[in-house]
Design a protein around this ligand. Structure first.
Ligand code: SF4
Length: 674
């Protein structure tokens, strides 16, 4: 029998093939000067891959409401033309497409167009670093009219549904919250009046949208102190249903929230009860409006579980469609091992969507660049890829996908490179899924994978017969020159991640970049335990629930001190990830020292001079060196001497701001260049 997720569902008048909705993602392709070509190619591939309903990124209903320079804006003929092309692409691929109508309010960036953002009240926004102007009555009426006009426009452009962005702290959400709506008029003053803007908005949209279903994406929990209460939110959902809304999509968390919602360290499913409580409220009020759950759902199996809970009608998945445009059809065909799983790193997607850089994906660097890297077998060369970390894996995949015969040499006994270590870090278990995916995909593509095969002189003959070589040998841990660095109590981060059990109770970490932070996280929170326990632990840690007695996380037995000479702890980590992980290790008692100097390592630990120039002993049983990496370029000279075209990619090419996004993107690029 078909799985729950794969059963048709009804959104108002719209019948959908299955229950997994592609959630809204702003891509920074929307306003590109290409008549919508890249955007259309992006959607087309997802439609062909089995998406039932695609929700576009936010489409600004006017200029002042745009979330940035690269937003599509209603009223701009070029943008509207691009959207029409996106609609055609989705339909050709067999999907329906909903237009998300958007106004950022105080989350607009003044710098985008030099316009002062407008909002219900003049309340400073830490997210956009601006003080908005409070809207006048006329401006409110005009904004409502702009939404209605936008609804009429997208209907005319051929969209199948409309989603109103009323969550994440954007303008509709700002009207609802007492924090950002301090008016005392028809539009604010108490919870009932704060609802007038969204309810009027729904009525006006319904008036012009005809048969198109209207979805409201509401905030199930703002996660900012003193904002709307759960009761107010439930009442709002019921009021929307009273006014005939066709579905409610439940998001969580404002951009200003200081609680992580979609980062790796957020346990799966932790927000599902928020959506379920909205459904409960609707049912209690006699409404049968479908509810869509979203946030941090990255596996089809997990979506299936949520739907099996019988309250939720649809599941919205956004980033998984970046990571794998065809995961729905793969799941349908029972090929879950071939799904490229989103690892929730945010590095190429959410982090970029906040600026102007086009969104892509760490594990799928073709995302958003489908036209630059067209698929299609036809090539027949013979290629070698040396190194099976993220860069080499992507290079091998892309070369083979183009039709080439590819041999991948990996010195270790397993593929994955740095991802083999990363998957041990709390919340990063899914990095192991990336290894699983590439292993299965390379096998499917017939890549000859040679594990435990370091390159030596005996490989020269074989390599020199290739049409091209991709060198992706990655990095080596940087060593530090410090008296005592060769002592038995000193290990590299490599060794530490490979065998965390061997580490003593008192730990000093030399280095404060992303790896050091991840390592500290692992040492104080091993990320194990059942899902319910981790969910409870997460809610307790971030002040959202009293940890239940049986789920009390064991008190960390380790004391960890992390030290960095200069710069911020965790610099180089992603914009939306750093604060969450650094916050979490702080919650777990990790001591972080900066502006220090290392003096020597003794049997008792690490001697430093602190910010005041005082000598201090950081007592430690184990000193871990996580002071960055060096290029492993040991093979470059040999490969260069073969007279075969080659590319050096990933960490082997450069460790400056080393990140896996660049590594996989370079791997892809190399495959197309060679
Ligand atoms: Fe997921 Fe990271 Fe890709 Fe974003 S960049 S879709 S978070 S894997």
């Amino acid at each position: 029998s078909r799985q729950m997720w794969d059963r048709p569902g009804q959104l108002g008048s719209l019948r959908l093939d299955h229950r997994l909705i592609m959630g809204s993602m702003h891509l920074n392709l929307e306003a590109r000067d290409d008549h919508g070509a890249a955007l259309a190619a992006f959607y087309a591939e997802r439609a062909r891959g089995g998406a039932s309903l695609i929700v576009t990124g936010g489409i600004a209903v006017n200029r002042v409401g745009a979330g940035g320079r690269m937003y599509a804006i209603i009223g701009d003929p070029e943008h509207e033309q691009g959207l029409a092309r996106a609609v055609a692409a989705a339909h050709e691929g067999g999907a329906k497409i909903a237009a998300q109508l958007f106004h950022a309010g105080r989350y607009a960036f003044e710098s985008a167009f030099g316009l002062t953002p407008v909002a219900p009240s003049a309340v400073y926004s830490r997210f956009s670093r601006c003080m908005p102007e409070a809207m006048t009555e006329d401006q409110i009426r005009q904004t409502l009219a702009d939404f209605a006009r936008a609804a009429a426009t997208v209907r005319a452009l051929g969209f199948d549904a409309i989603e109103v962005m009323a969550s994440e702290g954007y303008v509709v959400n700002q009207f609802l919250s007492p924090l950002t709506n301090q008016r005392d008029d028809h539009w604010g003053g108490d919870a009932v009046r704060r609802r007038n803007f969204p309810l009027e908005l729904l009525r006006m949209i319904k008036h012009v949208s005809g048969e198109l279903p209207v979805i409201f994406r509401i905030s199930g929990a703002d996660l900012v102190p003193d904002s709307s209460t759960p009761e107010e939110i439930a009442d709002f959902a019921v009021a929307l249903a009273d006014e005939g809304v066709d579905a409610i999509n439940v998001g969580v968390g404002w951009h200003e929230a200081q609680i992580p919602t979609v980062q790796t360290l957020v346990p799966q499913g932790v927000w599902v009860p928020v959506a379920e409580s909205i459904k409960d409220a609707l049912v209690a009020a006699g409404h049968d409006v479908p509810v869509i759950a979203s946030n941090r759902v990255n596996h089809v199996d997990h979506a299936e579980q949520i739907l099996a809970g019988a309250k939720i009608d649809f599941v919205s998945m956004a980033r998984p469609f970046l990571a794998d445009p065809a995961f729905v059809s793969k799941a349908r065909n029972g090929r879950l091992e071939l799904v490229n799983t989103c690892i929730a790193c945010n590095e190429a997607c959410i982090d970029r969507s906040i600026g102007d850089t086009p969104v892509s994906c760490l594990v799928n660097p073709r995302a958003g660049r489908e036209l630059e890297f067209p698929q299609g077998a036809g090539a027949t060369g013979r290629f070698a890829v040396i190194g099976g970390g993220p860069a080499g894996l992507e290079a091998a995949r892309a070369l083979a996908d183009l039709g080439n015969q590819v041999t991948l040499y990996e010195a270790e006994d397993e593929l994955g490179g740095q991802f083999r270590m990363a998957r041990r870090v709390p919340g990063k278990r899914d990095f192991g899924e990336t290894i699983r995916y590439f292993t299965a995909e390379l096998a499917r593509l017939g890549v000859d994978v040679r594990l435990g095969h370091p390159i030596t002189d005996r490989d020269e003959a074989e390599l020199s017969g290739c049409g091209g070589i991709v060198l992706a040998t990655g990095v080596l841990p940087r060593e530090v020159e410090l008296p005592g660095a060769d002592r038995a109590n000193v290990i590299s981060y490599h060794q530490a991640l490979a065998d965390p059990e061997s580490i003593g109770d008192r730990v000093a970490i030399i280095g404060g970049g992303g790896i050091a932070v991840d390592l500290a996280h692992l040492l104080v929170d091993d990320g194990t335990g059942d899902l319910a326990g981790r969910q409870q632990g997460f809610l307790g840690e971030w002040g959202l629930a009293e940890p239940a007695a049986e789920h009390q996380p064991p008190k960390p037995t380790r004391t960890v001190t992390l030290m960095r000479r200069t710069g911020r702890v965790g610099s180089g980590m992603g914009l939306t990830t750093r604060w969450a992980v650094v916050g979490s290790i702080r919650h777990h008692g990790v001591r972080m020292l900066t502006d220090i100097d290392y003096q020597e390592i003794t049997d008792d630990g690490l001697v430093i001079t602190d910010a005041d120039g005082e000598r201090q002993l950081i007592a430690a049983d184990t000193v871990i060196i996580a002071a960055g990496q060096e290029r492993n370029d040991s093979l470059v000279a040999m490969i260069a001497g073969l007279g075969v075209p080659y590319r050096v990619v990933g960490g082997a090419e450069s460790t400056a701001g080393l990140n896996a996004v660049r590594a996989t993107s370079q791997g892809l690029q190399a495959a197309y260049e060679l």
